[in-house]
Design a protein around this ligand. Structure first.
Ligand SMILES: Cc1cc2nc3c(=O)[nH]c(=O)nc-3n(C[C@H](O)[C@H](O)[C@H](O)COP(=O)(O)O)c2cc1C
Length: 329
């Protein structure tokens, strides 16, 4: 009997690839929260965490603009109202974090003695949720010093991990190429699928190119001028085969990036991973700027800089262990 599946798999790899990429496309299309039909808890969780983070991120800049973020907070309130309407639990971290981040936003403005109509509207709206506000809730921003961070990151592994945060304000001190090399040398020890080692890190010392990257990159709004440099992390498609390995560039690239962020941190360099802009145009722009070959994909950027003597960072509240570790006995 003719086995059609076997023939397609062996003779027509492009068809197999298309089927698997199409499977990913369908799944993504169905479940991403941009799909208005998706009213699942996970969809609310994703968009509420993101929207609340936009606010705390704004607070973590070196010079937050007073009165910033009103439109973003209105969207966040819409999500929270809908979350309640759907009957989702008000004990969840995602819900409590969002409301308490808004409270920190109001506290920030109060401390600066700034008030306008928009801040008043936020204040009035938050009163509807006052039962969920806890002044001791750890969220929003935290102030620290370079000395504290340097003490912590050189103690033990736990302290290294717990003291790394995404940094959005940096000192004006330059990072040397030697320092970058030292950190990348450590990150090279990241695991990769079958030791494929597809990852490259692009780093330009050209200030004009840095300024061009400031504009190409989307996620650096409000702190691009503080960034000392960018590391562009790429992964080579040609290291992988068939659709079965279609996501591996991003897995290997991300493992590398995580180790690189920790390495930089251990050497006194702060970083913030930045999303790679998704459009074809942006891809082509950054590839042209840094002469990145077409067979490489940009996984993410790292904005880097030395720690300031004193600075704030966003706390980015984490889920509880029970929300993450699913144990079946
Ligand atoms: C892949 C990736 C992309 C990110 N993109 C951005 C970004 O575009 N802009 C930004 O300010 N932060 C960005 N971040 C940083 C996250 O906001 C941050 O990691 C998260 O809030 C957790 O905080 P922490 O890194 O301080 O632990 C990104 C992080 C990752 C892993």
């Amino acid at each position: 009997m003719i086995n059609i599946k076997h023939i397609i798999a062996t003779k027509m790899p492009a068809v197999v690839n298309a089927i698997n990429f199409y499977y990913d496309y369908r799944q993504y299309n169905k479940y991403n929260y941009g799909n208005k039909k998706n009213k699942s808890f996970s969809a609310f969780e994703g968009k509420i965490y993101r929207q609340a983070h936009i606010i705390e991120k704004g607070l973590s800049l070196s010079e937050p603009r007073l009165g910033f973020g009103y439109d973003k907070i209105c969207v966040l309130f819409e999500y929270l109202d809908e979350y309640i309407e759907k009957g989702y639990s008000t004990n969840e971290t995602v819900f409590l974090n969002a409301l308490n981040v808004i409270e920190k936003y109001l506290k920030f403005h109060k401390d600066k003695q700034f008030c306008n109509d928009k801040v008043k509207i936020v204040e009035t709206k938050l009163k509807c949720y006052s039962e969920y506000i806890d002044n001791d809730y750890a969220c929003g921003i935290e102030k620290t010093t370079r000395r504290t961070i340097m003490n912590e990151c050189n103690k033990d592994f736990e302290s290294l991990v717990m003291s790394r945060h995404s940094i959005r304000q940096f000192s004006s001190e330059n990072i040397t190429l030697e320092e970058i090399k030292r950190a990348v040398k450590l990150a090279i020890h990241a695991p990769s699928q079958c030791n494929r080692q597809s990852v490259k890190v692009y780093c330009s010392c050209d200030k004009v190119k840095k300024e061009k990257l400031d504009k190409i990159i989307n996620g650096n709004t409000g702190f691009a001028k503080d960034v000392n440099n960018y590391l562009v992390i790429t992964s080579n498609i040609s290291s992988y085969t068939s659709a079965y390995e279609r996501n591996q560039m991003y897995v290997d690239g991300s493992l590398f990036a995580m180790l690189l962020m920790l390495s930089l941190h251990s050497y006194g360099i702060g970083s913030c991973a930045l999303q790679h802009s998704e459009t074809k145009e942006k891809n082509l722009q950054v590839k042209k700027l840094l002469s990145i070959p077409d067979n490489e994909v940009v996984v993410m950027y790292l904005a880097i800089g030395k720690y300031k003597e004193e600075f704030e960072y966003a706390l980015s509240k984490r889920k509880s262990i029970d929300e993450v570790l699913i144990i079946e006995c």
